[in-house]
Design a protein around this ligand. Structure first.
Ligand SMILES: [Zn+2]
Length: 496
């Protein structure tokens, strides 16, 4: 176990850092300290995406558009004009033949979709890929104890920044343009959300961030968790950025005692912000709650005032009927994370029942992937096997991704995200796809599940800016970022 509280200064300079022209950001701070030397904006980015640039236009021609939204429309041979960060006009290509733009993309043979939304992930887990030192775990709590709680204590601020960078680059490559992250680095709490925000902004994406408050590392780390959430939420409320939002992060009911929960709710109430918490992911969460508090997990969260339309309860696998009713009555958001659940052998959420109850239930990846189509496919197979029924859950799991995730974002952003409509934010993915069977609104989800899911994102656009074109990242030096990430992850593995 790490002693936890090393200062940023003690971690500098980073030996072996071959990055040139390192300059600290002027006027910025890292918690209460200046940003460390390694933290340099623009180093890997030949295009700055931190600030709104002057007016620009982008025209996508000759594409097949799927608008998504409540009334998904398939528009063949259409063009789409983007002005600055918004979709300005959608019309048949013929009608827009004379339209000019700063950038023109020919989308012939491509399906044009809103950028995918990953509604629950953990950037910090990126450096666990290939880590072989983890002892075998017999259950979910041992997975946490043997891997995640050890790893998150050892992350340095630089690890937090680079794990977010590599995760965001991976998202761009999979056409995922908005991510709701849940961050943990219990050995270095303060200032980390600001570093992650920079990574999201530099890669051109959109995100909602939070720090996972927990009592598992003692009262000081818990207080730091509250302070980190509060400070970041306050900053986001002030700057009204359309790119980054904040939630109040809570790890899970079974690692937060009543005093800490009370403090967190009081702070969040003052800031008028919702929570993001793992909820009944494993039966162990319920067992702990019943034994320690005499009530079930969702009942306890409700009693303390955690639930509500701004709050995300991730998983909701081991919830009973009354808990589902509570989530529905309070209009709390639920989140499905099937690949993680199968990997951890914790069970499969009853997606159909949760949605039938009226819960807004979205889809995330829990950092298993940034390919949301892969996640939705697994979600479907998991429903089939859990119900021994090959016909259950088709519309529910695909709507979680293609409709509900967009509705979830509308609770945090004023702008429309996740639909191709005039006035929506221009977050767009182009995928190579010539439909080999009839392709319309009725067959659309079948094509997504069994065809488009095997294609790959060709071009990714967020806020009207092209982040990847014809599989080439634009203005992002992935090779050098990955090289530094490998150095840092090796050092992390050595400490593990
Ligand atoms: Zn998670």
């Amino acid at each position: 176990m790490s002693s936890g509280k090393r200062s940023v200064a003690q971690n500098m300079p980073f030996e072996g850092n071959s990055i040139d022209s390192r300059k600290p950001l002027e006027g910025k701070c890292f918690g209460s300290m200046p940003f460390p030397d390694w933290f340099v904006a623009g180093n890997f980015f030949s295009i700055s995406r931190n600030t709104e640039s002057s007016m620009s236009t982008l025209l996508i021609q000759n594409g097949t558009l799927a608008t998504l939204g409540e009334n998904n429309r398939i528009l063949t041979d259409h063009s789409l004009l983007v002005e600055n960060e918004l979709i300005k006009k959608i019309a048949p290509t013929e009608e827009m033949r004379d339209q000019t733009a700063d950038t023109v993309i020919d989308a012939k043979g491509q399906l044009v979709l809103p950028g995918f939304i990953n509604a629950h992930t953990h950037f910090y887990s990126a450096f666990s890929r290939g880590l072989g030192k983890v002892p075998p775990s017999k259950n979910f709590v041992e997975v946490l104890e043997n891997l995640w709680w050890r790893l998150d204590r050892l992350l340095t601020p630089e690890d937090c920044y680079y794990s977010a960078l590599v995760s965001c680059i991976d998202a761009v490559k999979h056409g995922t343009t908005t991510l709701i992250d849940h961050h943990a680095s219990e050995g270095h709490v303060r200032g980390t959300l600001e570093l992650i925000e920079k990574a999201v902004l530099e890669t051109g994406l959109r995100g909602s961030l939070c720090f996972e408050l927990t009592d598992r590392d003692g009262p000081q780390v818990a207080q730091d968790g509250i302070d980190e959430n509060v400070e970041f939420i306050r900053a986001k409320k002030r700057d009204q950025s359309s790119r980054i939002k904040a939630l109040f992060g809570l790890h899970a009911a079974f690692t937060i005692n009543n005093d800490t929960l009370e403090k967190a709710v009081a702070a969040a109430r003052e800031l008028d912000v919702g929570f993001h918490i793992h909820t009944a992911e494993d039966q162990a969460d319920q067992d702990h709650s019943l034994k320690t508090h005499g009530i079930r997990v969702v009942e306890r969260l409700h009693k303390f005032g955690v639930l509500g339309p701004q709050t995300i309860c991730a998983h909701c696998i081991h919830v009973d009927e009354a808990e589902m009713d509570l989530l529905a009555e309070t209009d709390t958001i639920g989140m499905h994370l099937p690949q993680s659940n199968l990997n951890n052998a914790v069970g499969v959420a009853d997606v159909v029942k949760l949605i039938d109850k009226g819960i807004l239930y979205g889809l995330g990846t829990d950092s298993m992937t940034n390919n949301l189509l892969e996640e939705a496919r697994v979600a479907l197979w998991a429903q089939h096997i859990s119900k021994s029924n090959p016909s259950v859950g088709f519309m529910e799991v695909w709507n979680a991704l293609l409709v509900n995730n967009s509705k979830i974002l509308s609770r945090y952003w004023d702008e429309n995200i996740g639909t191709l409509e005039e006035g929506s934010l221009a977050d767009i993915v182009l995928m190579d796809y010539y439909p080999p069977t009839p392709f319309d609104e009725n067959s659309f989800i079948g094509h997504m599940c069994f065809g488009v899911a095997h294609s790959s994102a060709r071009t990714t656009i967020a806020s009207g800016k092209v982040l990847m074109r014809d599989h080439q990242l634009i203005g992002i030096d992935e090779e050098r970022i990955a090289a530094r990430a490998r150095e840092l992850s090796q050092a992390l593995w050595d400490r593990f």
